[in-house]
Ligand binder design. Structure first.
Ligand SMILES: *Cc1c(COP(=O)(O)O)cnc(C)c1O
Length: 386
């Protein structure tokens, strides 16, 4: 077979000389954890989102877990969780013994179906979690309205929401706590890593203790080394200095990455208008600034069963794709077995899971790549109908 005309990987971290030099500097020094870089990265990140308090963690999942651990959740408690998300959104609740109570997706956006939240609330509900699906902000006025009436804690899974804003406010500062991911294919990377952001200083301080064994003061706060106490239970969920050094450099590049993503998404969405067999998930509106993690197309009924054929043809053309997410979380074996999910539950999430293909608009790509992607998709669909 001929090699394809272009190579368009779905995700590709952009690591430059700056990140390499920063890592080598850490390795040449003596402080691999508890150093100044994590502190600086936290300050830089808080400045980037435009306020609040930030504390670095070892992953987005760790940050979400710390949120529920901080709330003291246990068996008998319930948390509202979107059905259409990364399994980490639900696992973080499950770790504590509490039960994730799933809510279906809005078919136009992939975000949690807000009108289906209140019917599942009970006296045991402690929190509502949302995921800004593929970077499209959830209608947080509506979420906060429901939460306020019932005094529920609001957790934002911001793994794909660097650059997502709702009414001008950055994701993570809309609820009580947000957790970001720096896993390689996200908007920026530290290899593994995450950041917890909150408007409440007390929550930030508590998370800071609980991510480091529950010790009552950080290393930098210890006037005399060795003088500290342990006042609570805590994990080891810190970010190390190597990761933080990469993060500081990556964050400087984020505004450029976001611009590239927005431009790519604009071109791709325009090109996709010529393909009648698909619909495209919403790109936001005046109130909702999308972080353009990717563009997810939903195949219509006529070609839905051809999805794997289409994905395979795209790959042969050099176009990498992904699926977000191949199974709605309550339909994965673990959750289905544990909570006996009926097969026909969460139809909107299942529809997106079964019929969508995610196309990349990452900053490693340009406008010509977008036109090529759209053409490749169009011919893959046509071929699959023959
Ligand atoms: C990637 C992702 C996570 C997990 O992030 P980690 O940093 O790998 O823990 C959680 N939620 C969503 C929506 C994600 O996309």
């Amino acid at each position: 077979m001929d090699s394809p005309a272009r190579s368009i990987p779905f995700g590709k971290p952009i690591i430059g000389e700056e990140e390499r030099a920063a890592v080598l500097e850490v390795l040449g020094g003596t402080q691999l954890v508890h150093g100044p870089r994590a502190k600086q990265f936290e300050a830089d990140f808080a400045a980037f989102v435009g306020g609040g308090f930030a504390t670095s963690v070892s992953s987005c999942t760790a940050g979400l877990h710390l949120a529920y651990f901080h709330l003291g959740l246990a068996a008998g408690d319930e948390v509202v969780v979107p059905a259409q998300t990364h399994v980490a959104t639900a696992h973080a609740v499950e770790f504590t013994g509490a039960r994730p109570v799933f809510v279906d997706a809005d078919p136009e956006t992939g975000n949690i179906a807000i009108d289906q939240i209140e019917p599942v609330l009970t006296s045991r509900t402690r929190a509502i979690s949302v995921v800004h699906y593929l970077g499209l902000p959830v209608d947080m006025d509506a979420i906060n309205g429901i939460a306020r009436k019932r005094e529920l804690f609001v957790v934002e899974d911001c793994a794909l929401a660097i650059g997502s804003r709702y009414k001008g406010v950055h994701a993570g500062l809309l609820g009580d706590l947000g957790s970001f991911s720096f896993y390689p294919v996200k908007h920026m990377t530290t290899a593994e890593g995450g950041m917890v952001v909150t408007r409440h200083e007390a929550i930030k301080t508590a998370i800071e203790r609980k991510k480091a064994f529950g010790v009552d003061r950080t290393v930098s706060e210890r006037a005399i080394p060795g003088v500290y106490d342990v006042t609570m239970l805590g994990y080891n969920y810190r970010m190390n200095e190597l990761e933080a050094a990469i993060g500081i450099e990556q964050l400087k590049k984020v505004p450029g990455f976001l611009q590239r993503r927005a431009e790519n998404a604009r071109v791709l969405r325009q090109e996709l208008e010529n393909i009648e067999e698909i619909s495209v998930l919403s790109d936001g509106d005046g109130d909702r600034e999308h972080s353009n993690y990717c563009v997810s197309v939903v195949l219509n009924e006529k070609i839905a069963t051809n999805r794997f054929e289409i994905i395979t043809a795209l790959r042969a053309s050099g176009v990498g794709t992904s699926v977000y997410y191949p199974l709605a979380v309550p339909h994965t074996t673990y959750y289905r077995d544990r909570y006996a999910t009926p097969e026909d539950a969460f139809p909107a999430a299942s529809h997106i899971s079964r019929q969508s293909i995610a196309l990349s608009v990452g900053p490693h790509l340009d406008g010509d790549d977008m036109k090529y992607t759209a053409r490749a998709l169009k011919s893959a669909i046509e071929d699959s109908r023959k």
